[in-house]
Design a protein around this ligand. Structure first.
Ligand SMILES: [Zn+2]
Length: 166
């Protein structure tokens, strides 16, 4: 007698402390994944740009994973394949989650005047490597918050808000 209330108080305090500790950890983790996702997409855009410089201005072909991974290996010696997988998808043990805009596959790198309005790589529900899809296949619900991650042909990244294609 007398010990039970004290135990319950301890349990309540501990669970309150647990929620206070885990809530920020969950959200900070997802926001850091959001940043990491953009960083990966920018890397893909940079590699596609370097690839095109060596290919008379032509962007990578339909099977883009292999040739781009070969370029990545030149610049990053560790885990080049990780660059091709959204951090959330990677955390779930899958690969990919990114699409190369099918409108640009094997095409001339768009001129600067158009590049800012043409998505180059973006998040998609379709997992695996070598996905070439139209921008309509942009992820429906954001993986790291409401916005979906995309990088444009000028190398700039953008969070695409829900219910919007731009
Ligand atoms: Zn992502």
């Amino acid at each position: 007698m007398g010990k039970m209330p004290a135990l319950w108080v301890t349990v309540l305090i501990l669970s309150a402390a647990y929620f206070r500790l885990t809530a920020p950890i969950c959200c900070t983790k997802e926001s850091s994944r959001y940043t990491m996702c953009f960083s990966k997409l920018r890397t893909l855009a940079n590699i596609a740009s370097i690839y095109s410089e060596d290919a008379d201005g032509m962007l990578p072909p339909k099977k883009w994973h292999q040739p781009m991974a070969a370029y990545l290996k030149k610049f990053h010696d560790e885990r080049p394949d990780s660059a091709f997988t959204c951090p959330k998808v990677e955390g779930e043990g899958h690969v990919g989650g990114y699409a190369f805009n099918s409108a640009l596959v094997g095409q001339q790198n768009p001129p600067d005047s158009l590049a800012a309005s043409i998505p180059l790589f973006f998040e998609t529900d379709v997992l695996g490597y070598d996905k070439t899809l139209s921008f309509a296949s942009l992820l429906r619900e954001g993986r790291h918050g409401p916005n979906r991650c995309a990088v444009f042909a000028n190398g700039m990244w953008k969070g695409i808000p829900p219910h919007s294609n731009q």
